[in-house]
Ligand binder design. Structure first.
Ligand SMILES: C[S@@+](CC[C@H](N)C(=O)[O-])C[C@H]1O[C@@H](n2cnc3c(N)ncnc32)[C@H](O)[C@@H]1O
Length: 280
């Protein structure tokens, strides 16, 4: 893994020279009932195949300073991060680029980025440091200690993972107990680089696929599915949709996220709870 620090970014902590080995090969063994182990494979060999078999590093070798989804999607994602990632958290944004979609006003302890294009990651103002690593080719293990992060994020990229079972198990290892993994996606993709199971699927089957990626790893909580479809807020179709269409402020990218926690979902005290306990 190449650990790269932009001149303006703080260095990542030096990784241990020999990180403990857990699951470098994807075999189902008697230890699969242990937390963090892969219980079963979700994808068949055909389901993992991509149309473009050239190295992913080459495909992502030039920087793309674009957003891959529309403003409505990004605002739903930022809102979800605001709800689920507490201020002061240690955050890892995997398969990242020049944007992380985290709420600007929230301060985190550190945000580490990962992706394939160093120039994109160097431009990402939310990152304290970043690493470059091909999750479909290099060893699928990050050189971070176990239980290092409160939150791991993966935005609009899960469709490119050819060994998602290993990556979800690795994310489990990196999360602290109670830490959250948020995987978001829409219906856009680099078609030639998406795995067949995704490419050939429907919106429904893609949600189910990500749910299964979580469920195949022992110890994640039951995955929650968050959806916001075009023309709908969380409460259903908007009565003001026609106004938005008239002023060109419609959103067209459906928003999906699947969220689960390592071991348990923490119960956070809300502002309302604090007011009640101060009043009593
Ligand atoms: C559609 S972009 C999304 C980037 C970012 N998460 C965002 O929300 O804009 C897909 C990202 O997946 C990453 N990616 C694709 N294949 C990868 C691989 N084999 N290993 C690691 N990262 C990969 C690329 O670096 C690229 O930035």
């Amino acid at each position: 893994m190449l650990t790269t620090n932009h001149p303006t970014l703080k260095p990542c902590p030096t990784p241990p020279s020999h990180p403990p080995k857990t699951h470098t090969t994807l075999t189902i063994s008697s230890s699969s009932a242990l937390p963090g182990h892969v219980k079963r494979l979700v994808l068949s060999p055909e389901g993992r195949a991509k149309l473009n078999v050239l190295p992913d590093r080459d495909f992502y070798s030039f920087p793309r300073f674009v957003t891959h989804v529309d403003d409505g999607f990004i605002s739903a994602l930022t809102g979800l991060y605001r709800d689920r990632v507490s201020p002061g958290s240690e955050v890892l944004d995997i398969m990242s680029s020049w944007v992380s979609h985290l709420p600007e006003e929230v301060k985190y302890k550190r945000v580490v980025g990962h992706g394939l294009n160093a120039a994109e990651l160097a431009r990402n103002r939310r990152l304290d440091c970043f690493v470059v690593k091909d999750l479909n080719n290099d060893d699928q293990r990050f050189e971070f200690e176990s239980c290092s992060f409160d939150a791991v994020l993966c935005a609009v990229s899960v469709q490119y993972l050819q060994c998602p079972e290993k990556i979800f198990a690795e994310v489990f290892r990196l999360l602290k107990p109670g830490g959250v993994f948020i995987v978001s996606f829409s219906n856009r993709m680099f078609y030639e680089k998406a795995v067949a199971a995704w490419r050939d699927g429907t919106a429904y089957s893609r949600v189910q696929l990500v749910v299964q990626y979580f469920q195949c790893v022992e110890g994640f909580t039951q995955p929650e599915v968050v959806r916001e479809l075009p023309g709908e807020g969380n409460g259903g179709p908007s009565p003001f949709g026609w106004i938005a269409r008239m002023i060109g402020a419609t959103r067209s990218d459906p928003f999906y996220a699947v969220v689960a926690y390592r071991n348990f979902k923490p119960v956070h005290e809300t502002e309302g709870d604090r007011i009640k306990s101060n009043a009593s």
